[in-house]
Design a protein around this ligand. Structure first.
Ligand SMILES: Nc1ncnc2c1ncn2[C@@H]1O[C@H](COP(=O)(O)OP(=O)(O)OP(=O)(O)O)[C@@H](O)[C@H]1O
Length: 266
């Protein structure tokens, strides 16, 4: 599986004290630059998969692999290599930011904590570049999170995730806490990441693993989709194929739950 950036390889997981596994034999692999949607109803285990892929918990069986090797966050070099390449954005744009830290400090935090950049002027320049990439004004750097709306905070969280120039962003329901009008803007922002984006250092698009219960968002953003039911992936494949010709009854149920899919735009 070495061609994959990050992969769950036959992963099962049981929370301590629970009588049964939450995840059963999950195999999900992300190539560099690939955009994958993970869908399923509440309690299916989507956030648990993200936790394991981020190394916040360890599989009970199977392995999480980063660039082909078992994920190792025990030493500083392993942690730094992983966190430089894989970042995350959470659902709640209010809880995600430290209210006592200026926006500039929050955005530059990964660069400082990973030891990527320490020079003050270089950090300021990078923060300005990242604010531009997420369509926020340069003076946002000196303000504090309470001065921003939910949508703006999610832009700040995305700027912070982009700071180390990651190859992959794991996003857990990144728009579901936002108003409908703001959702579209954040989806457009995620869609454009790393394409014509000076904040990301190479021409490859930033990969995305998007957790969502909303198939229309996955349709707008993802090349591939995996459908999770009760801790098992019951179907995965190219998004267009899965949406047009779902093979599993559960996928058909999820599809039936959305009244109308937006037209493909690309
Ligand atoms: N810390 C925990 N300890 C014990 N059980 C947990 C813990 N976190 C989650 N679970 C259980 O694991 C299962 C999967 O939860 P998870 O949050 O991964 O689902 P999800 O698909 O992300 O749901 P949602 O869409 O509601 O966020 C649920 O039954 C949940 O109750």
């Amino acid at each position: 599986m070495s061609e994959y950036l990050l992969a769950a390889d036959d992963v099962s997981f049981r929370y301590p004290g629970r009588g049964a596994d939450t995840l059963h034999g999950i195999t999900l692999a992300l190539r560099r630059g690939e955009r994958v949607g993970l869908v399923g109803e509440s309690g299916a285990g989507k956030s648990t998969i993200l936790k394991l892929l981020l190394g916040l918990d360890s599989p009970t069986a199977g392995a999480v692999r980063f660039r082909g090797a078992p994920l190792n966050l025990r030493d500083r070099a392993g942690l730094r290599g992983f966190r430089s390449a894989v970042q995350n954005v959470f659902q709640d744009p209010y809880g995600a930011l430290d209210p006592r830290a200026s926006v500039g400090r929050s955005i530059s935090e990964p660069l400082r904590s990973l030891g990527i950049e320490r020079d003050r002027a270089a950090l300021d320049a990078r923060v300005s570049e990242l604010l531009r990439a997420v369509d926020l004004p340069a003076d946002a750097a000196d303000r504090y999170p309470h001065a921003f709306s939910g949508g703006q905070r999610q832009r700040i969280a995305i700027a912070r995730a982009l700071a180390p120039g990651p190859q992959l962003i794991l996003a857990d329901e990144p728009v579901s806490a936002l108003d409908m009008s703001v959702r579209t803007q954040i989806i457009e922002l995620l869609r454009g990441l790393g394409r014509a984006d000076a904040a990301v250092p190479d021409d490859n698009q930033t990969g995305l693993l998007l957790v969502s219960h909303d198939l229309s968002i996955v349709a707008a953003l993802c090349d591939r989709v995996a459908v999770l039911q009760d801790g098992r992936i019951v179907e995965q494949g190219p998004t267009a194929r899965v949406l047009a010709d779902p093979q599993h009854p559960y996928t058909r149920t999820l599809l039936a739950a959305i009244p109308r899919l937006p037209r493909a735009e690309e």
